[in-house]
Design a protein around this ligand. Sequence first.
Ligand code: BYC
Length: 330
Amino acid sequence: MYAQMIKTASDGVKSRDDMDDVERAFQDKIDNDIKIEPRDWMPEDYRRTLIRQMGQHAHSEVVGQLPEGNWITRAPTLERKAILLAKVQDEAGHGLYLYSAAETLGVTRDELVELLHEGKMKYSSIFNYPTLNWADIGAVGWLVDGAAIVNQVALQRTSYGPYSRAMIRICKEESFHARQGYHAIMQMAFGTPEQKRQAQDAVNRLWFPAIMMFGPNDSESTHSEQSMAWKIKVKSNDELRQQFVDQTVPQIEYLGLDLPDPGIKWNEERGHYDFSDPDWSEFFDVIKGNGPCNVDRLQNRVSAWEDGAWVRDGLLAHARKKAARKMAAE
Ligand code: BYC
């Protein structure tokens, strides 16, 4: 059904019959799983939707460093510190892959960063929650990176070539992130009663924010129908959320922790776990900027940008000097 539709900025969803030849040829490529590359013709709305999603994704990687980076100096052992440092550094790299991929659509990284700083672009809701103790760091790796992987594995098949290739690289690193998180929380769940209590508390607090990461229910999702027609998204928000719940519930049980939602129950008929909806009013409030850490996170990014201006200026001046010398020598 999706393959029969295309949307333009002003006209809403377009049926195949209403497409002109160029649009139809574009949709045929999508339907035949041929990747769209930067120099190919694409509908303006496809380009804009990608910039929005990829830019938001890149920002999430960068802002996502903050709740974890905050714990590098307080990691309980040297080994844990080294692991966390490597993970946080990977997130910066993921941000760079994604900004570079977005730049192939004709927007600059500086423009995207400016939009973030002005509050005109979003980043993942999850990073507006605090990490209160070490158990939260384990739970972030396990649940947050776990949720991110479910989404990103699907996005490896996204229709835009540079985005798809960035996802393939990112997923390789992301699986290490989730495993280190699960390992950290496992040590706490199997540790002293106090450690187990902290692990339980972290799961209780982060469960609903983690399942909110997949976005609103399909019926409330503004972009899904068109994004799936263009295979920008290959699975819907609810499909991905269900996949995450199904893979995570047995892990919680293995840890000997209580399930964080009394609504979680195996449904024999569906072959999936049932679970409760998160509080969607909280989600919409958080993405409007009213979560517990929104102000802090944004302030932190703006200060980092301003404090780093001299580094960027220095690098640019050096690059210009080198280019001028090269030109003079030729
Ligand atoms: N947070 O129509 P919908 C990570 C917005 S982090 C904030 O369903 P879409 C990591 C949405 O933008 C993972 N906003 O949207 C890093 C839209 O508002 P606008 C990052 C959200 O785009 C460090 C409105 O709600 N991963 O990897 O079709 C450490 C309606 O939603 C959220 C990605 O970004 C949210 N959670 O679907 C650890 C994956 N959800 O823009 C881990 C790429 C929805 O119209 N992105 N909104 O004002 C996607 O796959 C899709 O963008 C989403 C949402 C599934 C997230």
